[in-house]
Design a protein around this ligand. Structure first.
Ligand code: C2O
Length: 337
């Protein structure tokens, strides 16, 4: 049977490795969640590449985080609580319902849909801060190895030049113009830019095209009610996703603190975009049809601080959720090394 949302009143207070130990517990009142309803009246929002934003959009984007950061810490929409959501579900702050197994949404087939929902509500809260239903989260287009300025595959300037979008803990040696290393695991690769681009393209081709021909290769292993957590990640989760966390460094380098860096949400918007790109590649690259995946449920606080219960099956179409992605080149699709 499918994974159920945890009881938020039963928080285990997970510790974050590395000293700082934020309480990952989420507000547990009200404990009864409302079922998600698709709001078909929402305008179609377009998530744009973060290196291509215009000045007006950047001002709005920074303002949204400024307002989110200004909310009181106990508001589930506040920036610190938004970061706690990630900490809670990756540091096992909760047990699975009716089970002694710790709930963890990484390293399994829940990785993709859970993060899609997390970003969905995060984006709706930012839109509410701005009173602008057209607001959409930009995506960090790190897989795009274009050579023209502004470069997509460095830390985009928007996250360096706008105070509410900055996190001072990022790795000092990975500031622009250093290119992102999509195979990074802690050691500098020592490649020149041309080699780095080729290696990044190879990795993307492998994790989305040649090495992700089936749903389970792409999404990761089945994770059902009562199962031990972390049965195994899918290709994108394991490789470029984790490499970008570690390479960015600081808060981003640890799942317990990653949500404290605004670039996190833009990193995950790109991961989310790649789900759509993968499905467009054809063959057996389709969503999972197992009811234990489609009926798995999560809870999130929405833009009105109401606790909402969602299903994986309601997240398989971004169009139904009323958002889409700006078209950008995906040169790694046809890349042959
Ligand atoms: Cu929930 Cu990028 O990890």
């Amino acid at each position: 049977s499918p994974i159920q949302p945890p009881d938020l009143t039963q928080c285990q207070k997970a510790d974050v490795p590395g000293g700082s130990s934020p309480k990952c517990c989420l507000p547990s009142d009200p404990v009864k969640a409302t079922d998600f309803q698709i709001d078909a009246s929402l305008p179609m929002r377009v998530r744009m590449a973060s290196h291509l934003l215009d000045a007006a959009y950047i001002t709005k984007y920074n303002r949204a985080y400024e307002l989110m950061r200004a909310l009181p810490d106990d508001d589930p929409r506040s920036f610190s609580q938004q970061a706690s959501v990630h900490c809670a579900f990756c540091q096992s702050a909760y047990l699975q319902k009716n089970s002694n197994e710790k709930l963890q949404i990484h390293f399994s087939w829940l990785f993709y849909p859970w993060h899609r929902w997390y970003l969905y509500f995060h984006e709706r809260i930012l839109a509410k801060m701005l009173n602008d239903d057209t607001f959409a989260l930009p995506f960090w287009n790190w897989d795009n190895q274009a050579i023209f300025s502004p470069l997509p595959n460095v830390i985009p300037a928007v996250f360096i030049e706008n105070p509410a979008l900055v996190d001072n803990t990022r790795a000092p040696s990975h500031q622009p113009p250093t290119l992102v290393d999509l195979t990074y695991s802690g050691k500098p690769g020592g490649l020149d830019p041309e080699q780095q681009r080729a290696e990044n393209n190879n990795l993307m081709h492998q994790e989305l095209v040649s090495g992700a021909k089936t749903p389970s290769l792409f999404f990761g292993q089945a994770y059902r009610a009562g199962d031990a957590n972390a049965p195994g990640p899918g290709s994108v989760e394991r490789a470029p996703h984790t490499a970008v966390h570690l390479w960015t460094g600081g808060d981003m380098g640890n799942f317990g603190t990653a949500g404290r860096d605004p670039i996190f949400y833009s990193h995950h918007a790109n991961v989310d975009r790649l789900w759509n790109v993968w499905k467009s590649l054809g063959g057996r690259r389709k969503d999972i049809t197992d009811p234990d995946w489609l009926n798995a449920e999560f809870v999130f606080y929405d833009e009105n601080a109401t606790l909402i219960k969602v299903k994986v099956g309601d997240a398989v179409s971004t169009e139904k959720l009323r958002y889409t992605y700006q078209n950008v080149p995906n040169p790694w699709i046809t890349h042959i090394s």
